[in-house]
Design a protein around this ligand. Structure first.
Ligand code: SF4
Length: 366
């Protein structure tokens, strides 16, 4: 069932990364970054397709050399999703990827070198409708800013971001988004808060180098959760030392839990206990892996007994409350059937897929 998010999003200017709008009233987008060798076109395309399959809105590719910029052309030709090239320092690489069909650049204008080079990059970006992300990272602050503040502080990160932004501003270029990432949650959150009060550019949120799958997910959920609850954030990337596919899944899970995006099956499951009438944990995990291809939003509750099963089923599109030998199936809170406890996974999968097919058909008719 559809839940409105109570979150009031901060008003930001809207930019585009290819066909994806970022900022303003656009949905908060979820992005990730490939970790293959960009020069290995086949491997990179395969990874991008896996990211597309789980719903990535934007995908970033590191382009560290002119060879990688060439490879980018072949990659671009084979995938659909808007691509951002991650560029450090070298404006010739930026020019080359823009020639080769990139949708966005992640480049810090203050690091390009001369203003002439920056002007050139900005001119091409403007002509081709390419947006630029300024990406400040606590681990790589400019030396003078680091010295001024003594250590990375929220104000230091913001000063760095505003310095880069002012260069683009002077060139009258405003298709800009900004990130001020840190691996420490307090530093990152306070930097984003401070920045959000000073600019109306859309903000790209991330807790950088967050950690492995579990610890990184927890850190990202807390850091991004705090910011998103305050209405801050227009696009997100979860940085995990894990398969980038997991970054997209976790990103959507964070947005779904705040009702900021609806996507795929939202499973509500009890932790199970000795009252359970069927194996809640295995059922839930089996369903979760079987539903990975489903994009249609739907709330499904899997509850081991009637203690909480009936109440949860009332709130869900499809609910199951454990019963003796046969569990009770609800559609929108109404009991419709009983399912043999031995066959729960297969029957639920079939029912849910049928319900989704019906919804989609109904929409197509309407
Ligand atoms: S809903 Fe029932 S089975 Fe699940 S944890 Fe609560 S009492 Fe246990």
């Amino acid at each position: 069932m559809h839940h409105e998010s109570p979150i009031q999003r901060r008003k930001t200017r809207q930019i585009h990364v290819g066909k994806v709008a970022v900022g303003g009233d656009a949905l908060i987008s979820v992005q990730s970054m490939t970790n293959t060798e960009t020069c290995d076109v086949a491997a990179t395309v395969t990874q991008i397709r896996r990211l597309e399959a789980v719903g990535a809105d934007i995908i970033r590719v590191s382009v560290p050399s002119m060879e990688a910029a060439e490879a980018f052309k072949a990659i671009r030709a084979q995938v659909e999703t808007p691509l951002v090239a991650d560029i450090h320092f070298d404006h010739r690489i930026a020019l080359q990827v823009m020639e080769n069909g990139v949708d966005g650049l992640r480049i810090n204008p203050g690091n390009i070198g001369s203003l002439d080079k920056t002007r050139l990059v900005v001119k091409v970006a403007r002509d081709k409708g390419i947006s630029i992300r300024i990406g400040v990272n606590a681990g790589s602050l400019e030396k003078d800013i680091h010295e001024k503040y003594g250590e990375p502080t929220p104000a230091a990160l913001v000063e760095s971001a505003l310095r880069h932004a002012s260069i683009l501003d002077e060139l009258n270029f405003h298709d800009v988004e900004i990130s001020v990432k840190a691996s420490d949650i307090f530093l990152a959150v306070d930097a984003y808060r401070l920045l959000s009060r000073q600019v109306d550019y859309p903000l790209h949120l991330g807790i950088t180098e967050a950690g492995g799958l579990r610890s990184g997910t927890v850190k990202s959920a807390i850091g991004l959760g705090l910011l998103l609850r305050e209405g801050i954030g227009d696009t997100i990337r979860i940085s995990l030392a894990a398969d980038p596919v997991e970054e997209i899944r976790v990103g959507f899970d964070i947005l779904k839990s705040l009702h900021l995006r609806q996507r795929g099956i939202n499973l509500i499951a009890c932790p199970s206990c000795s009252r359970q009438e069927f194996d809640v944990i295995n059922t839930t995990n089996a369903l979760e892996s079987r539903f990975e291809d489903i994009l249609e939003p739907m709330d499904v509750s899997i509850i081991g007994c009637v203690v909480n099963g009936i109440g949860e089923a009332k709130e869900a599109d499809i609910g199951l409350a454990g019963g003796d030998k046969r569990s009770i199936l609800y559609y929108r809170g109404k009991q419709v059937d009983r399912i043999d406890n031995q066959n729960i996974v297969d029957v639920l999968e079939k029912r849910i897929r049928a319900e989704i097919a019906e919804r989609v058909a109904g929409r197509n008719e309407a």
